[in-house]
Design a protein around this ligand. Structure first.
Ligand code: ADP
Ligand code: ZN
Length: 596
């Protein structure tokens, strides 16, 4: 069975090996065992059902939530020589008729449908007659209230198992929490499904967090590092989208705005440009991104804090789907928390307490000093091998140890005690830096011996150190207001028995390049790569496709690394299958030959 799967994968996709869990997931499809497959973004979920679909007797039916997503998938499949079609409300009459004909005649291997269409009157009868091989539900977390993208129309998919007796159903999602996973299986009425949960770490993403400040300037720095590449800048509010996009445009950057309050047409146009153009920067609220399958997003910059770690994983995960290095940078500030609190109060009054807790966890991540990769996967119940990830600000040495950490920590801890363990982190930081604010005077705290003890440090740094002490277990927070208390471990610090690690941003010169960046460009002829990119762009423009549908960045880099001279050698380039070879091989080979 493996051989047949690999042969299909090689022929149509040019891949000779499975990604983690792909073999197992395809095995479930081949044996008709219901499954829930949880793999991170870029983990290769679509191949899990696309490859077996080519070996099946009937068409595979794929339920997918977004029309744009379906269109891209179907265009991509056709380019690979896979008979695929979609049915949704945006089709012309001719396209629709062709799809139905393919279904009737049994020529289709994959049929993408929206959930609305699938459950429309009479459609299931059509399907039954076509004897579908299996059903695949993409973005399956949309069925769960616990997920971050609940879609009411997904709920009705629960009826599928009964409507198509005996059919196997496979669900795919990148949402990691166990609760959502269980809910997906239950809501879809899966029969003792196999749960396949992948490792969530994305080693090719370089994670950094930094305190906000001089925002526009620092955003430009990130954009400048990625000239000619694509990326997303996330902000919290719609108004920020407009002002940031405007500010960047005024400085000569091509930034496209996107938020839910814009006219539909403009929004769609911007999304389309983002997908098609190679170097588009999207400035967006979180309304943007669901179903964005663009594989070569090279950076995701959060200019404000996301509202939970789940959201962060999802949003930042849109970078580097192609497995090449990508940058995920997050600028946060205390004000973000307040902005979110205000927004949440309007939007989700019933889930308020849970939402606040998620925000606080997000805040602790931002200020934390443990490896970002580790902190992220731990949140989802996994761990990382080895001591260092080599791909985050902490492990790359971009944060520097504060001198005199013991003494500073002792000052903070004793201030918490002087405040009788009844105040939160913000307030404590104010007292330590000597604030004379009304509330402090009203409480008489300007007379405490610890008032102004750290007056020479910026308040925001003190605030970070408090969070760092919490993360290392020297302080704990409790209650709605996050009141600080000193732990037994904290007491050993007060007695000088242990020294906490306090960090601050280091000088840029002390920084190292991440492993991912080094590996991604190893042996690549950059000049040739640029030429190949230009050729790809020309072909894509002629055909009206996004560039990556012709060849992904990873494939172009491998081409510029291996510099194949013959058709056989060309087939050995990562991501080149027979169909693509036949279609584009000569053009690219000629260019490589010319390059010499
Ligand atoms: P997901 O849907 O899980 O986010 P995709 O199915 O879009 O991931 O795949 C992510 C990328 O990985 C795509 O560019 C895809 O072509 C590539 N890919 C999938 N399977 C393999 C494989 N076995 N070997 C190499 N690359 C693969
Ligand atoms: Zn790390």
């Amino acid at each position: 069975m493996d051989d047949a799967l690999v042969a299909v994968m090689k022929k149509h996709w040019g891949y000779g090996r499975f990604l983690p869990l792909q073999r197992e997931a395809m095995g479930c499809v081949m044996s008709g065992t219901d499954s829930v497959v949880v793999l991170p973004t870029g983990g290769g979920k679509s191949l899990c059902y696309q490859v077996p679909a080519l070996l099946g007797t009937g068409p595979a039916v794929v339920v997918s939530p977004l029309i744009s997503l379906m269109k891209d998938q179907v265009d991509g499949l056709k380019e690979r020589g896979v008979p695929a079609a979609r049915l949704d409300s945006s089709l012309s009459e001719d396209e629709r008729r062709a799809a139905y004909a393919g279904l009737r005649e049994g020529t289709l291997k994959l049929l993408y449908v929206s959930p609305e269409r699938l459950l429309m009157d009479g459609f299931l009868d059509h399907l039954r007659r076509a004897r579908p091989a299996f059903l695949a539900v993409d973005e399956a977390h949309c069925i769960s209230h616990w997920g971050h993208d609940f879609r009411p129309e997904y709920r009705r998919l629960g009826a599928l198992k009964e409507a198509l007796p005996g059919i196997a159903l496979h669900a795919y999602t990148a949402t990691a929490t166990p609760k959502v996973r269980e809910d997906v299986a239950a809501q879809l009425n899966l029969a003792s499904p196999k749960m396949l949960v992948g490792a969530f770490d994305r080693p090719n993403l370089v994670y950094r967090t930094a305190r906000a400040g001089r925002d526009l300037y620092r955003i430009q720095e990130v954009l400048d590092r990625h000239r000619g590449e694509s990326g997303i800048v996330y902000v919290i509010r719609r108004a920020d989208v407009d002002s940031l996009a405007f500010g960047l445009a005024a400085r000569g950057y091509r930034a496209l705005p996107y938020h839910a309050g814009m006219p539909d047409e403009e929004r769609r146009r911007n999304q389309d440009r983002f997908l098609k153009e190679e170097s588009a920067v999207m400035v967006a609220t979180v309304a943007f991104g669901m179903g964005i399958d663009k594989p070569n997003v090279r950076f995701v910059l959060h200019a404000g804090m996301p509202k939970s770690l789940e959201h962060y994983l999802q949003e930042s995960g849109r970078a580097g789907r192609d497995g090449l290095e990508a940058e995920c940078t997050l600028f946060y500030s205390g004000a973000d928390l307040l902005t979110w609190k205000a927004l949440l109060k309007e939007a989700e009054p019933e889930a308020h307490a849970a939402a606040i807790e998620k925000l606080n966890e997000m805040g602790a991540y931002c200020r934390g000093t443990t490896c970002r990769h580790r902190a992220l996967v731990r949140y989802f119940g996994q761990d990382l091998e080895g001591p260092e990830c080599g791909a985050c600000d902490v492990c790359l040495g971009e944060l520097e140890a504060v001198e005199g950490a013991l003494e500073t920590s002792q000052k903070i801890l004793s201030c918490v005690l002087r405040l009788k363990e009844r105040f939160g982190a913000d307030y404590t930081a104010q007292v330590l830096t000597g604030s004379m604010e009304r509330r402090i005077i009203a409480n008489g705290h300007q007379t405490l011996s610890t008032h102004g003890l750290l007056a020479r440090a910026p308040k925001e740094s003190v605030r970070d150190w408090i969070e760092q002490l919490c993360a290392q277990g020297y302080l704990h927070k409790h209650g709605e207001y996050g009141v600080l208390g000193v732990t037994p471990l904290g007491w050993t610090v007060l007695k000088g028995g242990q020294t906490p690690r306090l960090l601050k941003p280091s000088e840029p010169s002390a920084r190292r390049e991440s492993k991912a960046v080094r590996a991604g460009w190893e042996g690549v002829d950059r000049d040739l790569f640029d030429k190949l990119r230009a050729l790809r762009k020309r072909i894509a423009a002629e055909r009206g496709f996004p560039a990556y549908i012709v060849f992904g960045d990873e494939t172009l880099r491998d081409m510029a690394r291996k510099r194949p001279a013959t058709r056989r050698a060309f087939l050995r380039v990562k991501g080149v299958g027979e169909t693509k070879m036949a279609q584009y091989g000569e053009q690219f080979l000629a260019l490589i030959r010319d390059h010499g």
